[in-house]
Design a protein around this ligand. Structure first.
Ligand SMILES: CC(=O)SCCNC(=O)CCNC(=O)[C@H](O)C(C)(C)COP(=O)(O)OP(=O)(O)OC[C@H]1O[C@@H](n2cnc3c(N)ncnc32)[C@H](O)[C@@H]1OP(=O)(O)O
Ligand SMILES: O=CC(=O)O
Ligand SMILES: [Mg+2]
Length: 531
């Protein structure tokens, strides 16, 4: 629930960082806008985070997520989301990437229909990364974005760039560099507030937004908060109600039970839902962390054809299309492999298979992590989706039960899978602490969501006790400590991103893995250490 609007007052907003170079973004008016967002909406955010903790306590005590009784009427009644703008009618391939200057230009020029500029899973939220990202996006919107590489290559945005969609941080993250009345600000409100303050009117004038991807929601009330925030911002910026559009990632297990409710909460501005598969797997692990009968096999065995993931994606398609919203697919983790044509072809074949599954299931578009994958995904969608979208595929054949969404697939845990989880989590955390939010490891894209899977699996396998590898050797903490020490040594002496942070990352991963409770997010304790 919003508190009444107050006079613009930035007296109480403080910036705890050296903001030189960012004055054009951190103008007094922009800071006043942020302060106002905080005062109106942060109390509600805190209540919603408390509600998450209460629900998790219920799951830890043996409860399981379920469809809500109090919202049954939303699920059973007939209603549709608002009309989808022309610029978002065809979203067959969307490229995602961090808000780094060169990458933004490459993404806008990639041939993808949409570019999701990511302040979230693929960003390490240093003050410089987030604020430089705002400068880069402001320049992109103004049409002045250019870049000159150290090697002398010039970059500029070409004709017909991808449509820009921005993903702010989730509700759980504070931004320690901004406080209002002595309280830290929400990272989500900082990212959203600065972006709309500087760009909303220009984008609206061109009928190109502003458009958002909303991450990690767990309940319809969290979607309602975004709706209120956007409505208030539209009012302040004198834009028509519903100008700001949202696509919501369904990437938590609790949210899978509230897809209709989330669409309904945002029905005046929602454009679709997206299968954020990596965070969804992480959320399954975290939500059911206390349930020994629902442990997952090693992450290489948990693909989208696993029954619980197939059920979730089909329910998403059915729910979206019934309401006139797009059902977006997700990210295959494979990226191009240079210098090994056979390995590259095998990786591309996996991407093609994933996109084929998505388009045939009824998804209206998909994500790719790298410019070289745009054509790969587009070829499949062009062949199987000759229309701009497939809203008319209602998937009335689908019937998904609570049990199907919750059923753990069978599988095994190998020594290699255990070791890979240690390596990936260590290397990713080290890179993140060094300011890099997305890295290639063994030819796969690894970001905050994929690293969380590795971390949560290690914790579960070790804390439930008595588990064995496929060769029947016991899984125990001594093995974890040995693997962590070995990988820390290797990373320290390597040229991998984050090598200089190997020890800090190892200490964090060790503490999180040995702790009695699975920490809600890796990025919360890691953020305390981020320079
Ligand atoms: C779970 C989720 O949330 S998924 C969404 C979040 N994750 C992402 O967005 C992943 C984004 N992808 C990336 O960050 C990168 O592709 C990585 C880290 C996986 C691999 O990066 P690299 O090893 O640097 O890739 P590579 O060397 O092949 O890059 C080749 C070129 O493509 C560019 N490029 C690579 N990925 C992207 C991208 N996603 N967007 C724009 N440009 C890109 C590089 O900048 C480079 O440009 P240049 O030739 O002009 O110098
Ligand atoms: O954000 C996407 C995901 O898969 O997580
Ligand atoms: Mg995610």
């Amino acid at each position: 629930m919003a508190v009444p609007r107050e006079r613009l007052d930035i007296g109480a907003l403080e910036i705890h960082a050296d903001s030189s170079g960012h004055e054009g973004i951190l103008t007094p008016a922009a800071l006043g806008f942020l302060a106002q967002l905080h005062r109106r909406f942060d109390a509600t955010r805190q209540q919603l985070l408390q509600a998450r903790r209460q629900r998790q306590a219920g799951y830890d005590a043996g409860g399981l997520p379920d469809f809500r009784a109090d919202t049954a009427a939303i699920r059973t009644s007939d209603w549709q989301v608002a009309a989808i703008p022309a610029a978002l009618q065809d979203r067959r391939v969307e490229i995602t990437g961090p808000v780094e200057r060169k990458m933004i230009i490459n993404a806008l020029n990639s041939g993808a229909k949409v570019f999701m500029a990511d302040f979230e899973d693929s960003s390490s939220p240093t003050f410089a990364n987030q604020l430089d990202g705002q400068i880069n996006l402001r320049d992109a919107v103004a049409g002045t974005l250019e870049f000159q590489s150290a090697e002398g290559k010039s970059y500029r945005v070409g004709d017909n760039p991808a449509v820009l969609v921005v993903r702010p941080r989730g509700w759980h993250l504070n931004d320690k560099h901004f406080s209002v009345d002595g309280e830290p600000m929400s990272g989500a409100l900082v990212d959203f507030g600065l972006f709309v303050f500087h760009n909303a009117r220009a984008l609206h004038g061109r009928q190109r937004g502003p458009y958002f991807y909303l991450p990690k929601l767990e309940a319809m009330e969290e979607a309602s908060l975004w709706d209120e925030v956007m409505a208030a911002a539209e009012d302040d910026l004198q834009l028509p109600v519903g100008t700001m559009k949202a696509t919501v990632l369904i990437e938590t297990l609790p949210a899978a039970f509230q897809m209709d409710e989330i669409l309904h909460a945002l029905r005046g501005r929602v454009v679709g839902l997206n299968c954020g598969r990596w965070d969804y797997i992480f959320s399954y692990l975290k939500t059911l962390r206390g349930h020994r009968d629902r442990l997952l096999p090693e992450r290489a065995q948990v693909g989208m054809t696993a029954p619980f993931l197939k059920a979730y994606s089909e329910l998403l398609i059915q729910t979206c299309h019934r309401r006139g919203a797009f059902a977006m697919g997700g990210m295959a983790a494979q990226i191009p492999i240079k210098g090994d044509p056979a390995a590259n072809e095998a990786a591309m074949a996996k991407v093609r298979a994933d996109k084929l599954r998505e388009v045939q299931a009824g998804h209206d578009g998909t994500w790719v992590a790298h410019p070289a994958l745009v054509a790969v995904a587009q070829e499949i969608f062009d062949q199987y989706m000759p229309t701009p979208n497939q809203l008319s595929m209602l998937r009335q054949d689908v019937s998904v039960s609570r049990e199907q969404l919750l059923a753990a697939p069978s599988g095994t845990i190998s020594r290699a899978g255990f070791d890979n989880n240690v390596e990936v989590c260590l290397r990713y955390t080290a890179a993140w602490l060094d300011g890099l939010g997305c890295v290639p490891i063994h030819h796969l894209m690894e970001d905050a969501a994929t690293a969380e899977i590795a971390r949560a699996q290690l914790w579960q396998w070790l804390h439930h006790g008595g588990l064995e590898f496929s060769d029947h050797a016991p899984i125990d903490f001594a093995l974890f400590d040995q693997a962590l020490a070995a990988h820390t040594h290797l990373l320290r002496d390597s040229e991998h991103p984050g090598a200089a942070r190997a020890d800090a990352a190892a200490a964090l991963l060790s503490a999180l893995t040995h702790a009695d409770t699975l920490s809600d997010f890796l990025t919360l304790p890691a953020y305390d250490q981020l320079a």
